[in-house]
Design a protein around this ligand. Structure first.
Ligand code: NAD
Length: 309
């Protein structure tokens, strides 16, 4: 198995998709990185006389993500040439190329409908043996693949990397009801030996293991903060080094994750848990809703709880 994954396609070039592509490329795997086609030209593109049909515009999202990668994954942490193993593309022109790879990882927004539609499009190009996985933070693997055929579902599972993929050792592998057990064992072996991860096999329950616990803690902290009037600095001080976290305490972690994504992840449990008290915890805290309404969704927007300088 370690030898059999030589080419991968990562779909979604946001925080996690770009980080996962970088990690795979650093392990010597050539990676196709795909994202959606932009619907509007930037001022710079318009000034250059480009149109929406120009490949530079169509591949803009993945190209921009690759350009950022070398800065956040510097040598000697990563091989200086890792980014050369990543090829940018877009979902309309390049999806058929997934038939040439060994592993497709879906890393688009945390939305069941979007992921379902994408899996059906990937299935249209699926060939026997191709492994397909999702980086979902907690959407059910069975629900996501419910509209796909049995052969595809045998080769489909969750591979949940944590943020940032270059540092976080944990990787949850989540088999669905129909996932081939031997394939799960081979992927565990591959992720441990070729990607340096510590794999936990998790059940297909809402938010799996780490995010069921982690999201709960973050939501409770945000409510306490608003109710008791704690400041951002106070929350960071008590939940940072004091709790054994060297750098990213609660609110910096939320900025890194993306507050929009964090609320989608909370919804996965809210939608599925019927127990009143636990369900109430997974409602959106007013503070987080207000930040999202302002567009302060974290580092990716330049502002969350903290301003990115
Ligand atoms: P992000 O917002 O940074 O990126 C999402 C990407 O999805 C963007 O590149 C966007 O262009 C693309 N996209 C949006 N709509 C789409 C559509 N209709 N079809 C195809 N692509 C579309 O999000 P992210 O933080 O990279 O999260 C991606 C996935 O990884 C989610 O499932 C999330 O829950 C999971 N995840 C996130 C973190 C984290 O810390 N942010 C950690 C682990 C897992």
């Amino acid at each position: 198995m370690n030898q059999s994954i030589r080419k991968a396609a990562v779909i979604g070039s946001g925080i996690m998709g770009s980080g996962i592509a970088a990690h795979l490329a650093n392990a010597g795997i050539s990676c196709l990185l795909l994202d959606i086609v932009p619907s509007k030209l930037t001022d710079e593109e318009a000034a250059k006389g480009l149109t929406l049909e120009h490949p530079a515009v169509r591949n803009r999202l993945a190209t921009a993500a690759i350009a950022k990668l070398a800065k956040i994954n510097p040598a000697p942490l990563y091989d200086p040439d890792f980014a050369k193993r990543i090829t940018p593309g877009n979902l309309e022109d390049d999806l058929a190329r997934v038939a040439d790879v060994d592993w497709v990882i879906e890393v688009v927004v945390e939305n069941l409908q979007v992921k379902r539609e994408l899996l059906r499009k990937v299935e249209a190009h699926w060939k026997p043996g191709l492994v397909v996985s999702s980086n979902t933070s907690g959407i059910s693997i069975d629900e996501m693949s419910a509209e796909c055929g049995p052969e595809f579902r045998k080769h489909f599972m969750g591979t949940h990397f944590f943020n940032p993929p270059r540092y976080m050792k944990l990787l949850e592998i989540i088999p669905g009801r129909d996932t081939d057990a031997a394939l799960v064992r081979r992927m565990k072996d591959f992720c441990e030996n070729a990607l340096g991860k510590g794999v936990v096999i998790a059940k297909d329950t809402p938010n799996f293991v780490a995010n069921r616990i982690g999201t709960y803690g973050l939501l409770v902290t945000l409510r306490e903060m608003a109710e008791k009037g704690y400041t951002v600095e106070e929350i960071e001080a008590v939940t940072g080094p004091a709790m054994g976290r060297p750098k990213s305490a609660t609110l910096r972690t939320l900025d890194l994750v993306g507050i929009d994504t964090f609320l989608h992840v909370a919804d996965n449990v809210h939608r599925n848990v019927m127990d009143g008290a636990e369900r109430a915890v997974f409602e959106h805290p007013a503070l987080a809703k207000e930040l999202v309404a302002r567009g302060w969704i974290g580092e990716k927007a330049g502002q969350g709880f903290f301003k990115k300088i």
